[in-house]
Design a protein around this ligand. Structure first.
Ligand code: M6R
Length: 612
């Protein structure tokens, strides 16, 4: 959730650290700090609030040195404050570190360290690590880090400076991501790849409990048993511009505009467009395995969970395989019934979500076949899934609110459904080909929709942005989409919002409808349109204002009921979420802008949720 950067090279560290932190600020942002070492001392500067506060403090008195570490914090233990901000140091100021994760046994360790005479200055769990290292260090930091790993419970990514070694940067991790960026005369560390892209594309992924020892001209990695291991860098081909705003006012709207390209890239990675068939190696099942599956359980959090709900509708419909969808934080503690013969799929944009990782481990323990769908190559979730990993090709997603990653997740749900259906013999090859062919039109339709609908959405938001609550309703796939529409509005505009299965409103929630309540009805599924429209009539007759989003061919029917009507191009039912999501994402964005919200960095949220 927090962001970490580290640098050792021949240039001044401060500007490089601040630049890296600015690219990570989306991960967490209630305080920030850096430590720079100049050979004789470790110099620190920290500031509560946004990174700019730190930048302002450093303006008059920059920290000098060519090795340093930096951090943006999302508070878990102790309020956001200068004192609680990282880096933290031992009492002598001779070891400094930044930490991402949670030390679960910090209370016990703190008590032991206090009894040994350590004086704590912060309320953080992190401070125990630096005092512990001080106690364990007797001239060999590698050994101290190894001993600390045996004592620390919980998760951590750490970057450590030691005054005794002015030319060495140490880093290590457990259950919290950390990557090392390699170059000839400088080495970089970050909790997330976008922070490195301006400097290098050769990236080394640290495994759990590995320790990297970085010098200006070398990187050496030790495995958990203390053996040096060979480097196996991956080359990151993400476009640097993909991690920059490129003229858009916010990452969120830029990333929505990147959706057609993300859809195309993800599609061609999985489908041979000459034969319009799924690539042989695209999905990790044999026909026999697909046929023998008893159930599929999809587990994820937030937006990724909503992609799983779409998956349930599409996979059950096409592949006739029973699908359960669960939020990861519930799945992991509910003693799930699962075993060999069951398939488990974790969905995660970042590939680092702590609850989703834990749920995967639980499913593996129970003997299920475990797969993952993620956007980040080499992420913890991808690595845990081994060969059974599917990728979305959305590129780096910087805005906290997930948009382009979500659309590619639902695209992958359709492709997975087609693969399973073909292998299980529940659809004919011609039917699959027709659906895949129709999918090739989706990026162009999405592009046209983006051009057509933005003005209407802005006008609408300027009329409705002061609403206190908004309901989203739909049936079938439209209900699944309504959940995501509602979450998007909540997280970026702070408007209270609920998603309801349209037929369920009258079982209680309709009591909340009063004159002027905004109800947004998604009506893309022709077979269910009349049913949803009768629910629209029910809320309108109680004074609600109805925004209806439907397909072009349903426009006439829906127009009679709607106070405001937006249309999306026609497509096969299973593909309509790929189009209907666009206006609702833009609506959330536009409402948030109209309300003056910090769209890309909504309050209290972080992009990557690496704590429970
Ligand atoms: O990285 P993940 O896909 O595992 O993240 C899951 C959720 O934390 C994430 O989707 C969250 O709900 C976003 N803020 C949604 O916009």
């Amino acid at each position: 959730m927090c962001g970490i950067v580290g640098y050792i090279g021949n240039q001044q560290a401060q500007p490089i650290l601040l630049d890296g932190l600015s690219r990570l600020e989306y991960r967490g942002y209630d305080s920030a700090g850096i430590a720079v070492m100049d050979g004789s001392a470790i110099h620190l500067m920290k500031a509560k609030g946004r990174l700019q506060n730190l930048v302002d403090r450093l303006e008059g008195s920059p920290l000098q040195g060519t090795i340093g570490i930096g951090h943006t914090r999302w508070a878990t233990h102790g309020e956001p404050s200068d004192l609680n901000a990282h880096p933290h140091t031992d009492m002598r100021g001779s070891i400094a570190l930044v930490h991402n994760g949670i030390i679960e046994n910090h209370e016990q360790l703190r008590a032991e360290l206090v009894a040994q005479g350590c004086q704590f200055v912060s309320q953080t769990d992190t401070e125990v690590i630096v005092h512990l290292l001080n106690r364990l260090y007797s001239g060999d930091m590698l050994s101290a880090l190894r001993q600390a790993a045996a004592v620390l419970e919980g998760s951590y990514a750490l970057c450590v400076l030691n005054i005794d070694e002015p030319d060495v940067l140490y880093c290590t991790r457990k259950d919290s991501p950390l990557v090392v960026g390699l170059s000839r005369d400088a080495q970089y560390v970050a909790s997330d790849i976008p922070a490195l892209l301006h400097h290098t594309r050769e990236v080394e992924l640290l495994e759990d409990k590995e320790i990297a020892v970085l010098r200006r001209d070398s990187a050496v990695i030790y495995d958990p048993y203390g053996r040096q291991r060979a480097l196996k860098p991956i080359h990151v081909d993400w476009d640097v511009e993909a991690a920059e705003k490129g003229g858009y006012p916010h990452f969120m709207v830029k990333e929505i505009h990147e959706e057609p390209a993300s859809l195309s890239k993800t599609f061609t990675a999985h489908v041979d467009t000459n034969t319009m068939t799924l690539r042989q190696d695209a999905f990790p099942f044999t026909e026999e395995e697909a046929k023998s599956l008893a159930t599929l359980t999809i587990v994820a959090c937030g937006t990724a969970y909503h992609a799983g709900v779409i998956g349930k509708y599409v996979i059950e419909k096409l592949a006739r395989l029973p699908v359960t969808v669960d939020v990861a934080s519930e799945f992991r503690y509910r003693d799930p019934i699962m075993g060999p013969g069951d398939l488990f799929l974790a969905i995660s944009q970042s590939g680092e979500t702590a609850d989703t990782l834990a749920a995967m481990r639980e499913a593996s323990r129970l003997g299920a076949k475990v797969m993952a769908l993620t956007n980040v190559v080499g992420s913890s979730i991808a690595r845990l899934a081994g060969d059974n990993v599917l990728y979305t090709y959305a590129g780096p997603e910087i805005a906290v609110a997930s948009t382009k990653a979500y659309i590619t997740q639902i695209e992958m749900m359709v492709l997975l459904a087609v693969d399973l259906a073909l292998k299980r013999g529940t659809i004919a090859a011609e039917e699959a080909k027709a659906l895949l062919t129709a999918m090739t039109d989706i990026p162009d339709k999405a592009e046209a929709l983006l051009t057509d609908c933005e003005d209407d959405i802005q006008r609408f938001s300027s009329r409705y942005f002061d609403k206190k609550h908004v309901f989203y309703i739909g049936r079938g796939l439209d209900y699944a989409l309504a959940m995501e529409a509602s979450l998007k509005l909540k997280e970026v505009s702070y408007i209270m919002s609920e998603a309801y299965a349209a037929g369920e409103l009258k079982h209680g929630t309709i009591a909340l409808i009063e004159p002027g309540t905004l109800v947004c009805a998604l009506v893309t599924q022709a077979a269910l349109a009349d049913k949803t429209l009768s629910n629209v009539r029910e809320v309108k007759s109680r004074g609600a204002k109805a925004l209806v989003i439907c397909t072009e061919s349903l426009a006439e029917r829906c127009g009679k009921e709607a106070d405001e009507l937006w249309t999306v191009p026609d497509a096969p039912d299973a593909l309509l979420p790929l189009l209907a999501i666009i206006p609702v994402q833009l609506l959330a964005y536009s409402m948030a802008v109209s309300r003056g919200c910090d769209v890309d960095k909504p309050r209290n949220l972080a992009k990557s949720v690496t704590v429970e």
